[in-house]
Ligand binder design. Sequence first.
Ligand SMILES: [Zn+2]
Length: 342
Amino acid sequence: MESMKIFIQNPRKYPKVELHRHLEGALRFSTLIELAQQMGQDIPKDINAQKQKFLVLDPMKDLLTVLNKFMATQSVLATEEVLTRITFEAIEDAHSEGIRLLELRYAPTYILQGHSDLSYEKIHRAILKGVEKAAHFPIAVGLICIFQRTQPLVELDKVLDFVVDTKDTWIGVDLADDEAGFPTNNFSQLFSRAHRHGFPITIHAGEVDQPTSPKNVSDAIHLLGAQRIGHGLQIIRDAKVMQEVIDSKITLELCPTSNWLTNGVPSLSAHPFRKLMEAKVLTTINSDDPGVFGIDLTNEYHLLAQTYQFTDAEFDYCNDIAARASFIPLAQKQKYWPRKIS
Ligand SMILES: [Zn+2]
């Protein structure tokens, strides 16, 4: 057992926690191509050209190109069968990456877009079926509902109604998308309602390289009741907000490759991961959209080992923080996590 803990000897077996992975962004590449072909999309023959069409492999130059790639992926999520299949495969892939605790998040409004045969009920039922089919893997799985900042509040209220009706099948709620264009305080009523219903809350904030980013983190904590922050790396710019995050024991879900590809940091070596960890911010290692970025979680560990000289003890430290902060019920987490979760 001990030898399995040495990352470099067996990176994929090293026990990991994934708190931040989008189901829609975790599509297996071969499945994506197969589904796109079935739908009659124009797919290049050459695998490199296929990757250029669908994947984000270099830091984005303009948002539109990236959004088009996400929409190409979104378009294949058209049936319940597909949703069941991609959920099963996401769990199978996570298991093969050494993930023991997996939180998958998705945005019902995003999947529904352009798919008039689907509904929130059908989407969720199909995803739960995928989770059920993967129940034999030794991995704890929990689902988080994402509210998209870009959607009208009246629609988000309907999503929350649905989430409340299906409460037992969710472990938490999240807010995502354009944090600069859609201020956090717009969503305070929505999240206070979610909070009243007892949902744990994580919020995408402090992701983009902008002066207002640290304030978004502070607002997410104070106005929306966030216990965890998706990304949050930009708090490095603001000592006061950073201290707030430390004092209130907020966990950051850091995603190094994602932060680089979306220009959150100018280079991988400029990522503040180590600085935040050494300042006693609660830091965790995540992949965000592995299917879109052509990575897996093991890739992020290699990156941290090579670029920031992370040791096994530091991986364990971040993973134990993540195991503690995971919204999955304790008994279920402890069943699959090799160390005591305190
Ligand atoms: Zn995310």
